[in-house]
Ligand binder design. Structure first.
Ligand SMILES: CC(C)(COP(=O)(O)OP(=O)(O)OC[C@H]1O[C@@H](n2cnc3c(N)ncnc32)[C@H](O)[C@@H]1OP(=O)(O)O)[C@@H](O)C(=O)NCCC(=O)NCCS
Length: 401
């Protein structure tokens, strides 16, 4: 279920709809304004970070990485559909499989509660992702999705949902080949059921259900290093409300900085700078699809988006996905595009604050507007949209491993 790319290209771009935080705190330290790291300064060089997974370390661990003698293509060939196991894998006695109907208010509330209390935390257990129900519906129902890939595990007696894993279909271009894949996400086991080897059974079960649709490849991201990565990613963040971020322990006041100087340093202009910068609307789907497809051509691995995909993944949905573009005031041509999604985190064990709001940079295509200007304009929008009290802007950069 994995793709193997033996010749290591310089750029890889894959959609990351689940963001793993290497360490919020450590990134926060990098963010703290200091003489070495002024936020408005040069961000092009990744910070030295002990969480950063070095490509050399990966190459040592996974001997097949960079081995150009290996043939490119699937690691395992598909087996005939008739040989795919028809029955679900066995779970320990007290548990049962369910297929989650994410359209149902009741089921989506159960999934929301499981994830809100048990999903990904930072290394210091200060923050935990708090995906909204609307976000989950968006992430789990792209064009052509399979309900059978939204898998839950319940306790038979109490019917309590205790584990979850999902897949969604995606067309991924690998060099010139369009490969149908599953994107696996939201693997979560209730904290009380950890270390009972439920996760491997869940992964096998989602794999089986993917095979039943005659799909033999998958893509996933993880906060742990699993065999064999094709890329790593590094996050940068940009504080929008430094006071709250410092109050909740996400950031620290930099050396020789006062709170008022810090607030001033991060203050954004009142107005966007780019003429023709506006929200994406339904009639923009064809132009945005063309712009994005053209942009994605440069990457060795990238999603193969058609207009239906763009409509689903990029048309604005309140508190889920925001997309903006630049329409040339003279020619009305759509020249640039940027987007972010909204993914708050719960703040754990803080008396005064419970939610940290964050906007995650998603797809950005700059052809006429300088990228920095485009991102700077986009930075203003989450704040303006919700007058958010605690904003953070996350940028992610993929690096080929
Ligand atoms: C990740 C999680 C489901 C693992 O469950 P667990 O109860 O800790 O571990 P289990 O006993 O069920 O299984 C252990 C196996 O799962 C593997 N595993 C752990 N995390 C994994 C991940 N993110 N993806 C795939 N496999 C993973 C381990 O490598 C181990 O396999 P191995 O013995 O072959 O190395 C659980 O810790 C969890 O819900 N964490 C919070 C949410 C999260 O981090 N989700 C994953 C996002 S990528």
């Amino acid at each position: 279920m994995k793709i193997e790319i033996s010749k290591m290209p310089m750029h890889v771009d894959v959609r990351v709809n689940e963001m793993k935080r290497p360490s919020l705190l450590r990134m926060a330290e990098n963010d703290a304004p200091s003489e070495n790291n002024v936020p408005s300064g040069d961000n092009s060089k990744p910070p030295e970070n002990e969480n950063e997974i070095s490509i050399d370390a990966l190459a040592k661990k996974f001997k097949d990485l960079g081995d150009t003698s290996l043939p490119e293509g699937p690691i395992e060939q598909p087996t005939p559909l008739s040989e795919v196991k028809q029955e679900p894998y066995n779970l320990p006695g007290p548990y049962e499989w369910i297929t989650c109907d994410i359209d149902s208010e009741e089921v989506s509330s159960e999934v929301y509660t499981l994830l809100t209390n048990n999903y990904v935390e930072d290394d210091e257990n200060m923050f935990r992702f708090n995906y909204s129900k609307e976000f989950l519906r968006w992430a789990l129902r792209p064009p052509g999705y399979f309900r059978s890939w939204h898998i839950g595990v319940r306790v038979k007696s109490s019917k309590k949902l205790v584990a979850f894993i999902t897949g969604i279909p995606a067309k991924i271009r690998v060099r010139d080949a369009i490969v149908l894949m599953a994107e696996v996400n939201f693997l979560c086991v209730h904290k009380k059921l950890r270390s009972k080897r439920l996760a491997p059974v869940m992964i096998k079960e989602v794999t089986r259900r993917v095979h039943l649709e005659n799909i033999w490849q998958a893509a996933y991201t993880a906060g742990v290093v699993l065999p064999t990565p094709i890329t790593t990613c590094q996050y940068w963040h940009r504080s929008l409300n430094p006071k709250k971020l410092i109050d909740v322990g996400f950031s620290r006041l930099g050396a020789r900085m006062t709170m008022s100087r810090t607030i001033k340093l991060y203050k954004l202009p009142e107005q966007t700078a780019t003429p023709g910068f506006r929200k994406m609307e339904p009639h923009d789907v064809p132009a945005v699809t063309r712009l994005l497809r053209n942009y994605l051509k440069q990457f060795v691995v990238a999603p193969d988006f058609d207009e239906n995909d763009v409509e689903h993944w990029l048309l604005p949905k309140e508190d889920v996905i925001d997309s903006f573009l630049v329409e040339s005031p003279e020619t009305h041509e759509i020249t640039d595009f940027c987007s972010f999604y909204t993914l708050p985190s719960s703040i754990l064990g803080n008396q005064n604050h419970s939610i940290l709001k964050a906007a995650y940079s998603y797809y950005n295509v700059a052809t006429k507007t300088p990228l920095l200007q485009l991102i700077n304009d986009a930075l203003m929008l989450p704040r303006r949209r919700t007058t958010m009290s605690s904003m953070l802007w996350m940028l992610c950069k993929m690096r080929l491993s």
